[in-house]
Design a protein around this ligand. Structure first.
Ligand SMILES: Cc1cc2nc3c(=O)[nH]c(=O)nc-3n(C[C@H](O)[C@H](O)[C@H](O)COP(=O)(O)OP(=O)(O)OC[C@H]3O[C@@H](n4cnc5c(N)ncnc54)[C@H](O)[C@@H]3O)c2cc1C
Length: 468
């Protein structure tokens, strides 16, 4: 049944979802699929939130390279739900080229067709960026990591780097292995990451199922998935989508339920009544709109910090990279992705995106300075770039790309249910157990819908979240 088929239902069957990122889009779909009459309100002119695209000449540019892993089951559910499987690529088998700028040696982190943990053993045994001794210590640390109980709240109080050091991991091992993966997935170095979140990433991605860390990415601009396809799916589910509409207030209605105030244009507004409201906003915006009494300690939301991601975009007049992506060590460059085909670029050139996580010290640097830093570095790493012309260079900065996964953050993240009946929270920063990822956003939207539907006595049909 779709939302439009139930438009004769009473107001308690109406739901408003505030925020059209992945969390809000997911919640809107799940609630509409269960038969609620849903309105999705988004302040920007598009859906997709922090994972979006924009036009620049002939290119369609993503605000930042996004990847997911095979273990991101909720995000892949979402991709299927919006009928966008044809727009993503997923490696058959994990394979990450890792280039050390110090000696220009290329190593690979890849999995073999063996069960966990042997699937990575061969690759680690020959990983050229660590000494024999360092490689031996990695196995022991991985086994210790595997034995951690993710439900133990004490893990949240420890930082990942101290834990690794206590398990014999050298600074080089942390840099060349743990941070290589951790910085990209957590958006923090091991020193700034909660052991709980790091353990979650490494246990789930590398130590649960053999294929869990196979890497996936959008083969089309993110906007084609998270905006175009998502809108089609929402339309088909009967969800009313209000874009360019900013929610300014959420208040209890006199007879129960909620009144949501939205600014729909200059001097224009609309009030919506709903029995169910899902706030799928960033933590600061949630704090600003949260009705009184909804959380025991609303100010805890302000304690959840944020971390930036910078993407440096370079268009060359000829191909300079033959792989879809690679990671670098001993260089300011972290990960480089070939965006040529996915951006719609035609002609002989190549478009690369350099994805830089946890770059607090670089996020505000002027473009000219970033150009001076990154172009020579790319020439150092990619010999073919040395004679190539640069036809475009620009940067995208997301200062609040993710929540900061710092030790202690776990106890600040609220769950989906609040103390206010009918009011639910979603967003990658809520308590999903995951770091700030697309997976966490989708999970949070599913959690919020599960809570809402359960409270309404309606069944929740989603295998992914039933399993967690
Ligand atoms: C550069 C970059 C790279 C990333 N890389 C990866 C990656 O490789 N893999 C990965 O899994 N994740 C990655 N992420 C993280 C991922 O994009 C986010 O975790 C996820 O998109 C968050 O979704 P969300 O719905 O929780 O929040 P948001 O996307 O922030 O959505 C919240 C929405 O609420 C809207 N809003 C705010 N206030 C109001 C209001 N008053 N009224 C109405 N609407 C409002 C906002 O406009 C926004 O659309 C990356 C993020 C960035 C920025």
């Amino acid at each position: 049944m779709t939302g439009s088929e139930v438009s004769g239902r009473p107001p308690e069957a109406a739901a408003v979802v505030v925020g059209g990122g992945l969390a809000g889009t997911t919640a809107a779909l799940a609630l509409a699929d269960a038969g609620l009459r849903v309105t999705l309100i988004e302040s920007r002119p598009r859906l997709g939130g922090l994972a979006f695209s924009f036009k620049r000449g002939e290119l369609t540019v993503d605000n930042g390279q996004h990847v997911f892993l095979r273990c991101c089951t909720a995000y892949q559910w979402f991709v299927d739900r919006i009928a966008a499987r044809d727009l993503v690529t997923l490696q058959d088998r994990l394979d990450v080229p890792v280039l050390d700028a110090a000696n220009m040696r290329l190593g690979r982190l890849r999995r073999a067709a063996l069960p966990v943990p042997l699937h990575l053993a061969a690759s680690l045994a020959t990983y050229p960026h660590l000494s024999l001794r360092e490689r031996a210590t990695v196995g022991r640390a991985a086994l210790a990591l595997r034995a951690l109980d993710l439900a133990d709240p004490a893990l949240d109080d420890t930082d990942f780097a101290s834990w690794l050091r206590d398990r014999g991991q050298s600074p080089r091992t942390i840099e060349a292995l743990w941070d290589l993966v951790g910085v990209a997935t957590l958006n923090a170095t091991a020193a700034n990451a909660s052991l709980g979140l790091a353990a979650m990433v490494f246990k789930t991605g590398l130590l649960s199922e053999a294929g869990a860390a196979d890497i996936g990415w959008a083969a089309a601009p993110l906007g084609e998935l998270h905006d175009d396809r998502a809108r089609k799916a929402l339309d088909a589910a009967g969800v009313r989508i209000m874009l360019r509409s900013r929610v300014t207030g959420i208040k209890p209605a006199a007879g129960g339920g909620w009144v949501v105030d939205a600014e729909t244009g200059p001097g224009r507004g609309e009030q919506l009544d709903a029995g169910t409201v899902v706030m799928a906003l960033p933590q600061r915006e949630t704090h600003g709109l949260l009705p009184e009494g909804a959380l025991d300690d609303p100010d805890a939301l302000l304690g959840i910090g944020t971390a930036p991601i910078l993407n440096v975009h370079v268009v060359y007049d000829r191909p300079v990279l033959r792989q879809p992506f690679f990671a670098a060590l001993g260089s300011p460059v972290q990960w480089v992705f070939d965006r040529t085909a996915s951006s719609g670029m035609t002609g002989p050139g190549q478009y690369l995106a350099v994805s830089q996580s946890a770059v607090e010290d670089e996020i505000d640097l002027p473009v000219a300075e970033l150009r001076e830093r990154y172009l020579p570095e790319l020439e150092r790493l990619l010999p073919a770039a040395r004679g190539a012309g640069v036809t475009d260079f620009f940067v995208t900065r997301e200062r609040t790309a993710t929540f900061a996964p710092a030790p202690g953050v776990g106890r600040l993240r609220p769950g989906a249910a609040t103390r206010a009946p009918g009011l639910y929270l979603a967003g990658a920063w809520t308590d999903t157990g995951w770091p700030a990822t697309m997976e966490s956003a989708v999970r949070s939207g599913l959690h919020a819908s599960r809570e809402a539907l359960t409270a309404l006595g309606l069944p929740f049909e989603n295998d992914v979240v039933r399993a967690v």
